[in-house]
Design a protein around this ligand. Structure first.
Ligand code: FEO
Length: 406
């Protein structure tokens, strides 16, 4: 396998990962994920970010470095934009094979190199505006971008070639195959990766959207020609596309961009009575012509629920009472909504109860700190009556009208 050449002096080391293991141990990746590292050559050679020995990815690394005319032993600098082990797990092996390569990262990144990997020498701390001269007019400039998506993260800019090495920022789930540049994919393939980038953002970046906004401001003046993330497509034809996509995502929960005029329906039902009530709500939403996505929990993994719920202006949460409280899979979803700051939604909650209620009380306590606009909720005992169903349809219409007016 060969490295992909970006310019005369810059190469992408690319590995596709297909695994049943979850990203970060949480998020399913049925479509795989890529790991991109980069070689930048001047008189000196820098390797930007590493990879995890995940389903054999490291085995391809040496081969690709050789095709780029270098090797682990020949690297002069290892730039670590981010210390999460999907980009650093090979660090100890690299240091063993090449102790002279200087490791470059932010102060918090260097602290992790010391404390996490127990490597204590030949380290260089860099801050925003610091540079690394590789010779032959090739200078790397560093920009701290904290919390995109962990505290130590930075991005690296190659001024000569206009390439922004953004690590997790501007990344996506989804294995790419042999094509890695944006101009090599069809519109249909881009639509697929767009949803995978939204899911990636909702899963691992959404908690830090205010930091994404700050980074976009900080990086906005750079003459970027190529965006080279560590996961997903390398944007050489239209880097503005992924930047505008991230600006939109960051706006969904910070208010700098509106959520989409659609509804995400999340439901769980023990014996079908909550589902029966939900059908009446869906009739109301359909009657108003508002598009919706629908996910059953726990059957659908929270990763996919988060993606559709994150972008939607409206939510329907349908759950029965269980052990005097909310249906537990829905409590988990609400917990994630809180952690990822799902703010400013318009929401309808409904559900049945059997022996005694309780979901309503717990739900209202849980969302007290959310900035949600709630349509009046509907609860009923057991099988919904005709009057319940009529009311539920009207509440569905009410929510849909709020979304249309939004
Ligand atoms: Fe791809 Fe946060 O590591």
């Amino acid at each position: 396998m060969k490295a992909h050449q970006i310019t005369d002096s810059v190469y992408a080391i690319h590995a596709d990962i297909h695994t049943d293991a979850r990203f970060e141990g949480i998020w399913p990746i049925p479509n795989g994920v890529t790991l991109n590292s980069y070689v930048v050559k001047g008189e000196k050679t820098a390797l930007i970010d590493l990879a995890k020995d995940w389903a054999g990815s490291i085995g391809q690394f040496d081969q690709q470095l050789a095709s780029a005319g270098t090797s682990f032993e020949a690297i002069d600098y290892l730039v670590l934009n981010h210390l999460e082990p999907d980009h650093t797990a090979f660090l100890i092996e690299l240091r063993r094979r090449n102790p002279k390569a200087q490791i470059v990262s932010t102060p918090k990144g260097i602290a992790l190199v010391k404390n996490f990997f127990k490597i204590t020498d030949n380290l260089r701390e860099v801050k925003t505006g610091d540079t690394l001269d590789l010779g032959k007019d090739t200078v790397l400039e560093f920009f701290e971008t904290p919390n995109i998506h962990w505290p130590e993260t930075m991005m690296t800019f190659d001024r000569k070639n206009g390439i922004l090495f953004s690590c997790d920022g501007f990344g996506s789930y989804g294995a790419l195959g042999e094509r890695i540049f944006d101009d090599e994919f069809t519109a249909e393939e881009h639509a697929f990766f767009e949803h995978e980038s939204l899911r990636y953002y909702a899963n691992i970046v959404a908690s830090f959207s205010s930091f994404v906004n700050k980074a976009l401001d900080k990086l906005g003046a750079l003459p970027v020609k190529v965006i080279a993330p560590s996961h997903g497509i390398i944007w050489r034809k239209n880097p503005a596309e992924i930047v505008s996509r991230y600006a939109k995502y960051a706006g969904y929960n910070t208010g700098t961009a509106p959520c989409e005029k659609e509804i995400c329906v999340v439901w769980g039902s023990m014996y079908g009575y909550t589902r029966a009530g939900l059908e009446a709500v869906l009739d109301g939403i359909r009657a108003e012509g508002v598009p919706f996505t629908i996910h059953q929990v726990p059957d659908t993994d929270a990763s996919f629920v988060l993606a559709d719920a994150y972008k939607a202006a409206g939510l329907v949460l349908a759950m029965p009472t269980y052990e005097y409280k909310m249906f537990p899979p829905m409590a988990h979803i609400l917990d994630l909504f809180e952690r990822k700051h799902f703010t400013s939604k318009k929401v309808l909650r409904l559900g049945s109860w059997g022996w005694v209620g309780g979901a309503k009380k717990e739900y209202e306590e849980r969302i007290a700190s959310f900035k949600w606009t709630s349509v009046e909720s509907v609860e009923w005992q057991g099988v919904p009556s005709q009057a319940d169903l009529s009311l539920l349809t009207e509440r569905g219409r009410e929510l849909a009208r709020l979304i249309k007016e939004n």
